[in-house]
Design a protein around this ligand. Structure first.
Ligand code: ACO
Length: 438
């Protein structure tokens, strides 16, 4: 057998075909089996895409066994310790760390596009006050294409960069309006003098009628802003996860970037993905006290019980989630300011320790993921629980935009079209309604 190939043999027919084994710059090699149907007459079955590489990418690298996460080659630990979210977004989208001038220009471009069209603000009036913020996010982000259609040529590099910057710029204002609409507060516009995370917190919580409150700006507390920047950096990208793959699949049809991002937001909403931090808080509230932990751990282990330990387990990280290690310390720092959240945090830590020492979780390599802690931090920053996934959306937009830009820059981008193993009826004779009986 030639080097760097694999052979696949159909044992029923003896037919054999050879395929290239592609090696990336790091990580598991990938067998290029695109011609397998043509050669051997069958498809491959990979439910949940656990062994399928759907694309080539240079953005993020994960080694799930070693707990490594790199954005454009830089360890997440270094970025978390030294960068802002905007610097990280630049890195993801452009592929290199910005110089001071490049960063200032990028900041200006993001700020310039941070306010949304007044028509989009009116769109919020159509939503019920009790709509879930993610329902509004999906709708409003998709609607960006109805308001900014003059720069929507996906084959035009300048248009593509404007679309990506616009998304990064506008997401905080859209997110803040999802909240303010639900509580009946007036719109707060972005301010060019505030940093990205400060701007978001100001648009969320500013009360223009209470000037002294603004000046004191308790929500602009440096510990809170640091934690927010950190969470946004940790959530900015994560390789070909469910929402990013959804963005790519939608983009493969040539759909506009706002529609693609809306598809990604919909995928992120689910409790198995971005909805996990919201689910962690609900779970902790349901567990209530440390005394109930054993009962709930047993529920999580019971296959007849749908209860799962939210914030535990990860499709890719099977030893530890490096983001969880970083965020755990910050969680302590933020919660030290919040005495009222002490019992909830203690419950979370007790649950974490219990599960980490339980054979069921050890055998299955189920460890706390980043969202076990992120919900606690958001709660400490007074972000309402139903806004948690919206927070994730702001951060992940940087990754989605980077993947979309990478995909659009590729000369080859076939439409994504998986196959299936059909298990339905074979061809049946049609029976007219009059002869179908009662
Ligand atoms: N609680 C209890 N048991 C679990 C959990 C959990 N949270 N997660 C996995 N298991 C069990 C499964 O029942 C299964 O057991 P079995 O081998 O006896 O059948 C085994 O561990 C493997 O689980 P899978 O579902 O096959 O693992 P998969 O990689 O498909 O799922 C997922 C990963 C979806 C994250 C899962 O662990 C989960 O639902 N966790 C809770 C939700 C969550 O925290 N999601 C956030 C992910 S991080 C993010 O999106 C940023």
């Amino acid at each position: 057998m030639a080097k760097d190939t694999i052979s696949i043999i159909n044992n029923s027919t003896g037919e054999r075909a050879e395929y290239p084994l592609l090696k990336g710059s790091a990580g598991t090699p990938v067998a290029d089996i695109r011609k397998i149907h043509q050669d051997l007459g069958f498809f491959t079955y990979d439910l949940g895409y656990v062994s399928t590489a759907s694309c080539k990418s240079s953005i993020t690298f994960i080694d799930g066994n070693k707990g490594i996460l790199l954005y454009r080659g830089y360890p997440i630990e270094d970025l978390a310790a030294n960068c802002t979210f905007i610097e990280t977004a630049y890195l993801l989208m452009k592929g290199h760390l910005p110089t001071e001038i490049q960063l200032a220009e990028f900041n200006d471009a993001v700020n310039y596009r941070s306010a949304i069209h007044e028509g989009l603000i009116r769109l919020f009036q159509s939503f019920n006050h009790d709509s879930h913020p993610m329902a509004m996010m999906v709708g409003v982000v998709a609607s960006l294409s109805a308001f900014y259609h003059s720069e929507l040529d996906i084959n035009n590099l300048q248009h593509r960069e404007i679309c990506a910057t616009r998304l990064i710029g506008k997401l905080p204002m859209i997110a803040s309006l999802c909240y303010r609409h639900s509580v009946g507060r007036p719109v707060v516009y972005p301010r060019a003098d505030l940093e990205y995370c400060e701007n978001f917190m100001n648009m969320m919580f500013s009360r223009p009628e209470e000037q002294s409150f603004i000046t004191k700006g308790h929500y602009l507390d440096p510990v809170a802003i640091k934690a927010l920047n950190l969470l946004f950096i940790l959530h900015a990208d994560h390789e070909q996860n469910a929402s990013t793959s959804t963005v790519r699949l939608a983009a493969s049809t040539g759909a506009n970037p706002y529609a693609c991002m809306a598809a990604g937001i919909a995928a992120l909403w689910g409790p198995a993905h971005g909805g996990a931090n919201e689910a962690v808080l609900s779970m902790l509230e349901e567990i209530g006290t440390v005394d109930n932990i054993e009962k709930y751990i047993n529920k999580a282990k019971d296959k007849n019980d749908p209860f799962r330990l939210m914030g535990f387990g990860h499709r890719v990280y099977k030893n530890f989630d490096p983001r969880a290690i970083i965020i755990r310390d910050v969680c302590h720092e933020v919660l030290a300011h919040k005495e009222e959240l002490g019992p909830l945090f203690e419950l979370a830590l007790a649950l974490e320790q219990y599960a980490l020492n339980d054979d069921y979780f050890i055998e299955r390599k189920l460890y706390p993921n980043v969202d076990f802690y992120s919900g606690l931090i958001y709660k400490a920053l007074n972000i309402p629980v139903d806004m948690f996934t919206v927070m994730f959306t702001i951060a992940r937009t940087a990754g989605w935009a980077a993947h979309w830009l990478e995909m659009m820059a590729s000369p080859v981008r076939p439409i994504g079209r998986p196959r299936q193993l059909y298990e339905g009826s074979e061809k049946r004779d049609f029976v007219p309604i009059a002869r179908r009986g009662k």
